[in-house]
Write a protein that binds this ligand. Sequence first.
Ligand SMILES: Cc1ncc(C[n+]2csc(CCOP(=O)(O)OP(=O)(O)O)c2C)c(N)n1
Length: 356
Amino acid sequence: MTDTSEMAAKPAVNGSDRRRHNSVLLDLYRTMRRIRSFEERVGELFVRGQTAGSMLHLSIGEEAAAAGVCSTMEPRDTFTTHHRGHGIFLARGADPKRMMAEIAGKMDGYCHGKGGSMHIADMQLGHLGANAIVGGGIAAVVGAGLSSKRKRRGSVSVAFFGDGAMQQGILYESMNMAALWDLPVVFVCVNNQYGMGTRVDQATRAPNFHERALVLGLNGRTVDGLDVEAVRDEASTIVDAARGGHPGFLAVSCYRFFGHARMDKSPYRSEEEEIEGRKKDPVKFARERLLAERLAKAKMLDVLDEAIGKEMDETIDFAVSAALPPATSMFRDVYAVGEPEPEPVRARIDRVLARE
Ligand SMILES: Cc1ncc(C[n+]2csc(CCOP(=O)(O)OP(=O)(O)O)c2C)c(N)n1
């Protein structure tokens, strides 16, 4: 069984600062590579007709937002994501096998196949829920932040969402309350330039998103999602301040490499634009920096990439061969604990048919 989540970052040079820098960048690179590799397998799962439901959204091109921000969070911190959240959950330590099984609607998935790609949640890893409603997961972090503050937990709650949510009212209600009550909350906009087929400049005349947060009294920054170290640096300042009661907002600019969902061939943007956009590749950029600064050798990165590829091959095999949930589990975990489960639909149909 291959698990690359803990593969040691080997120091390539002397000196403790360089060693630290080396291992941080290598960790970030490994996280991004695992996300990329996982998402490629999710695309394959879809082509093989093995995903549950017809919609899934890949985060290829957005890896630095997930890896950079999540690397600044602590295990006790909580978060919500939008519908494009596989990479974020992986960066928070999700088991790829349980995640892929969830995407395939299988019993071994995080939500026993009931959540699928867009509704994964796991309280143990602080995942308060992915959400398919644009902006739908944002307000939950205000509640989590308020509870953390009142119970003195010291945890921060982070909402991840796309640029589409920047035009949703719930974001402004949430940012306003977080600022007013000095909550340990961070809002992260993964700005991949598109909300489905609508380019960001067709959706707003105010594209400097962090300025909107500043107006409401939050810390606010924009960072280039090409450079994972820059994302980590900015996120670290914002998350630290939030932990001290000053909420923040971070916009990470990146480019959505593929269509909105797997069926979308992006007819609304030109091939030239896509070629140019895909040059903004955070995984490639980090690899080149590791090599240029002699923090790693090409051979070592090749070995790492290969191990990650193998791990994700095993992941897709696991998801494909995992069992579907039995019909009897249909209402399990759906109603509050202690409530009687309703009769399964199939049993009800059989009963009605038997009566006729
Ligand atoms: C409230 C609401 N309106 C519309 C939709 C349909 N919809 C699904 S995804 C999406 C675009 C979201 O874009 P963005 O927030 O930038 O995220 P991205 O898909 O780019 O990651 C839209 C409009 C929805 N799910 N919820």
